[in-house]
Design a binder for this molecule. Sequence first.
Ligand code: NAD
Length: 429
Amino acid sequence: MSENAFERALERITAAAEHSNIPDETCQRLANPKAMLTVSIPVRMDDGSLKLFTGHRVLHNDLLGPGKGGLRYHPDVDLDECKALALWMTCKCAVLNLPFGGAKGGISVNPKELSMLEIERLSRGFIRRIADSIGPDTDIPAPDVYTNEHIMGWMMDEYSHAVRQYTPGALTGKPLALGGSEGRSTATGRGGSVCVEKWAERASWKPEDTRVAIQGFGNAGQSIARLLDAQGYRIVAVSDSQGGIHDPDGLNIAEVIQAKIDGQSVDEIYCKGSVSDSGEVDQISNEDLLTLDVDLLIPAALEDVITKDNAADIQASVILELANGPTTAEADRILEDRGIVVIPDILANAGGVTVSYYEWVQNRSGDYWSSEDVENRLIQRMATQFEKVLDLAEERELPVRMAAYVLALERLGQAAGALGTREFFNGHR
Ligand code: NAD
C-alpha cells in the first residue's frame, strides 16, 4: 500500500474501474488533478509581528461541473492531503449526481493558537491569494475541519471585494444572514439518517431493537444522534475526543446534547443519571466503543480509526461512515470477508455537500427556500442515490463501497466519453 494519501485514494479508483463500464481515459484524467495552487499568506499578528502561513487549493476535476470542496485549517494540511480529499470530493459529487467536480484546500495552521482577529486576517488574506482560481463557475469552497460559517462569511465578503461584485455563490456554508441556506448545519446528519432509514427498510430493522454506537459528538455525530433518537433507535454509546459513555438500555440523547451545549465533555456527563434511561451509565474509551456489541456503528470523528488491528473485533453488522475516511483499505478487506456492510463516506456523509449545492442554487437564483423545502429535496436525493448504489451492489455482487465508486466512475466516464475517446477520434479521421 502506498504511503502517499493521493496514491492510496487512486488505488480505490483503479480497483473500481475494473468493475465499471467506462472509457480507459477516465482514470487517466482522474489520476491528474486539473490545477494545484500553493500560496504564502502574510498575516500581521496581534503583537505587531508578521507571520507567513502556507495555504493550498486543489481543483481535482471539473468534468461534471465547477470544483466543490472544503477548506481545512489544521497543522497537518499539505498538498498531498488536499489532492486526496479533492479526489474524494470528485467521487462524492458524482455519486450524488450533483453538477460539481471535486476540490479541496486548506492552511497549515493550528487555529487554536490564533485570536479571532488573526483568523479573520488569515482567512481574508488566503482569499486574496486564491481569488483568481475560485468563483461560482470555477471552484466553490466550503467549511471543513476547524473552519465554520463565520470564516465562510468573511471569505465571501473578501471575494466579493476582489471581483467588485457581491458574489454569494462563490462559497457555501455561510451564515444565513450572508446568503447561507436553511438546513445546512444538520444536513450531514440528516443525509446519514436517510441511509439508515433506507437500509432499515431493506433489512427489516425495527428502530427500537436497533442498537447504535456513535464515535464523535460534534456537528455530524450530534445531528444524526438527534434524528435517529427521534425515530426510536436505541443509541447506546457516544463519545468525543475525551472519551465516551455507554448504557446498553439507551442514552437520553437530548440530555447529552444539552450537556455538550453547556460545555461539558461526554465523559464528564457520565455521572449525571439524567443522560441514561436506566441510570446505569459506564465510561468507555473511544477504542472500546468501536467494538461494542451493537447493530449499527457510526464513526463520526476522525480518519483511519477502523484498522487491520480492530476490524476483526467489530461486532456491528453495519457501519455508516459519517466521518471522511474512517476505515483503512486493509480494514475494508477484513470487514468484507466478515460480511459487515459498510455504507461508505462518499455516500453516507454527502448530505453536507448536497445542501451546499442547494445554497449555491439559491444564491444564483436569488430565490430562497424554506427549511422544509431544503429538507424534502435532501431526503429525496439521498434516498434515490442510496437505492441506486445498493441496487448496483446487488446486481454486480459488489461491496457497497465499491458500488458507490463504480456509480461515480460511470457518471464521470459518460462525461469523459462525450468529450471524445480514442475510438471516437480514430473513427472520424
Ligand atoms: P466537529 O469538529 O463538529 O466534531 C468532531 C467530533 O469528533 C467532536 O465531538 C470531537 O470531540 C470528536 N473527536 C475528535 N477527536 C476524537 C477522537 N480521537 N475520538 C473520538 N472523537 C473525537 O466535526 P464534524 O463536522 O462533526 O465532522 C466530523 C467528521 O465528519 C469529519 O471526518 C468530517 O470530515 C466529516 N464530515 C462532516 C461534514 C459536516 O457537514 N459537518 C460533512 C461531511 C463529512
